[in-house]
Design a binder for this molecule. Structure first.
Ligand SMILES: Nc1ncnc2c1ncn2[C@@H]1O[C@H](COP(=O)(O)OP(=O)(O)O)[C@@H](O)[C@H]1O
Ligand SMILES: [Mg+2]
Length: 556
């Protein structure tokens, strides 16, 4: 179906075509820019265009493709870097040079590469959509190939093939392909959701110990400018105990993404030992790229994540930041002259965000595997005001909330996760797991750690009035211990070895601090002076002081 452009307003383009469908993919202009239908009238439709519309003119052609926006799924997506429309950025740049233009169709997959296919099923087997047919080896991963539709296997030999060739045939002659298309807005199906009961270790003590996350869970961390959102997302991308990571750079600075990729190429996954890049897929839609495409990048990323979840992998989707997508929604909504909701965001903001976050979870896949998709999403509330609509909407759906605190960031306590305001709904369920698998003291240490921090808070108020010297020795001791918990345990410098803290290190550190506390209390009771009790401690403090200076140097 073809027509013409009759109006252009930023990223929204009006075309004179009847009979399009909502969210149908449309190509507009001589350049063939990709967009989706977001509004339908009797004789015209409005298309949200995911490429830079500068230079586009009224009267240029438009073409409905009769299908929604899809991604291509198949072996070879890992280690790739894509734009919101899943174009592989490196090959794209190689083809066009540094000034890449939109409107180009470029498959994310390499159709020339040869793969060896190992079939699992034989001739005559009956399959349904999602049945595992066999696998190829993608880096260190077993990439399962599943049936896209039901049928009876005719031929399915072992052997080498390219993605351009069928793997085999169905008994009725239909081809069996290793590549499939999937509409990005439609969640991929599974047999059933399972409870999220396994921890997702992030390597960040403040999270793993105080506000643990479950595989299949969702966490958001809102924080104002400079509170460490990007550094935290990147640290988790490096150290998280998952099989695969999908990282979406959504509307943030491009140089941060470039640095991340450079670093990832040199690092290894601390859990599985393979290179970090082979477990990672990156979707970039940085601040210099078209705003509307942030929406596409979010959906492209989650669909690729689900595809690997469906092979039984534990996949983590990281996005920095969800607010930039919400801003794109606001921009589009306002150019459609929709009735604005709170702060100009569309009234469907909350349901759109929830719909996306609900794609996380642990599932039993159609092929009978267990896979999970977890999400850790940053939010950038303007002015660090958490009452704003995006933070509030995310809060309603997320299972964990890490509040990044501007005053902690100012005092250079990173990650700036506020230990009073944050929460995790997974904590109860996971404590049992940590007690059993890591250390039987885990839950109790956790309770005591919080208790010390709370008491410190109460004592601080007293100390403000009477001065620290006016406090009793037992209270001054507690304040010292709380300081150690904050500075040596909860704080974690992303630029040192300490950036990654596996659970056994985490528990050893906190147990060390609380053991010291117990011994010190006992000594005070037998009449020792506080200064004597803290003597060993003072040395440790000097050493920390040195560490902190070194950290300062590393950053500059
Ligand atoms: N874990 C950390 N360890 C050390 N420094 C950190 C850490 N997190 C953040 N920082 C410091 O804070 C700065 C801002 O962090 P960034 O992640 O860019 O903030 P945001 O994305 O929230 O604007 C960093 O450049 C770094 O100096
Ligand atoms: Mg940032």
């Amino acid at each position: 179906m073809t027509g013409q452009i009759i109006g252009i307003a930023g990223a929204t383009v009006t075309v004179d075509m009847a009979g399009l469908k909502l969210y149908e993919r449309v190509q507009v202009g001589h350049a063939g820019f990709t967009g989706e239908v977001v509004r339908l009238d009797r004789e015209r439709a409005v298309v949200q265009v995911y490429e830079d519309t500068r230079g586009l003119g009224v009267g240029e052609p438009a073409r409905g493709l009769g299908m929604p926006l899809t991604v291509q799924l198949g072996p070879g997506l890992l280690a790739g870097m894509y734009d919101g429309l899943q174009r592989p950025l490196e090959r794209w740049r190689a083809a066009q040079g540094p000034f890449i233009k939109g409107g180009i169709e470029l498959s994310p997959l390499d159709f020339a590469r040869r793969w060896r296919f190992f079939p699992l099923l034989r001739e005559g087997a009956e399959v349904v959509a999602g049945t595992v047919l066999g696998h190829v080896e993608e880096g260190p991963f077993r990439h399962l190939i599943s049936a896209a539709a039901a049928g009876k296997i005719g031929r399915l030999p072992e052997g080498e093939f390219t993605l351009a060739e069928p793997l085999g045939t169905f008994a009725d002659g239909g081809e069996i392909l290793a590549v499939q298309q999937w509409p990005v807005r439609r969640p991929r199906p599974y047999r059933k959701k399972l409870p999220a009961s396994q921890p997702l270790i992030t390597g960040q003590r403040a999270i793993d110990f105080l506000f643990p996350l479950a595989r299949g869970g969702t966490a958001i961390f809102p924080g104002g400018f400079g509170t460490g959102k990007t550094i935290l997302e990147q640290a988790i991308a490096k150290f998280a105990d998952v099989d695969l990571v999908v990282y979406v750079g959504c509307g943030e600075r491009g140089n941060e993404m470039a640095e991340l990729l450079e670093e990832f190429r040199t690092l290894t996954d601390p859990w599985r030992g393979a290179g970090l890049m082979v477990r990672t897929m990156v979707v970039v839609n940085t601040s210099n790229m078209p705003v509307a495409a942030r929406e596409a990048s979010i959906y492209t990323a989650v669909t690729m994540a689900e595809y690997y979840r469906d092979m039984g992998f534990h996949v983590l989707l990281l996005a920095d930041s969800l607010s930039r997508w919400a801003e794109a929604l606001r921009e589009i909504s306002s150019s459609l002259e929709e009735m604005p909701g709170e702060e100009g965001y569309p009234t469907y903001l909350a349901s759109r965000l929830a719909g996306f976050m609900e794609r996380a979870g642990v599932v039993e896949t159609l092929g009978g595997q267990t896979g999970s998709l977890s999400m850790i999403l940053s939010v950038s509330p303007p002015g660090g005001d958490f009452t704003e609509p995006v933070t509030q909407a995310c809060l309603r759906t997320a299972g964990a909330f890490f509040m990044l605190d501007t005053s902690l960031a100012h005092s250079r306590h990173f990650p700036a996760i506020n230990w009073f305001q944050s929460y995790s709904l997974y904590e109860k369920e996971l404590t049992g797991h940590f007690n059993e698998k890591v250390d039987p003291r885990w839950g109790e240490l956790c309770r005591r750690c919080r208790e010390v921090l709370q008491k410190e808070e109460a004592l601080r108020e007293v100390a403000e009035i009477v001065g620290v010297e006016g406090l009793q020795d037992a209270d001054r001791l507690l304040m010292k211990v709380a300081e150690r918990i904050r500075e040596d345990f909860l704080a974690q410098n992303a630029y040192t070895e300490d950036a990654f803290s596996p659970p056994d290190k985490t528990v050893a550190l906190i147990a060390g601090i609380l053991d010291f506390y117990d011994q010190a209390v006992a000594r005070l009771k037998t009449g020792a002076l506080l200064d004597e009790v803290l003597k060993g401690e003072t040395k440790a403090n000097n050493k920390d002081g040195q560490d902190r200076q070194d950290e300062g140097k590393a950053e500059t």
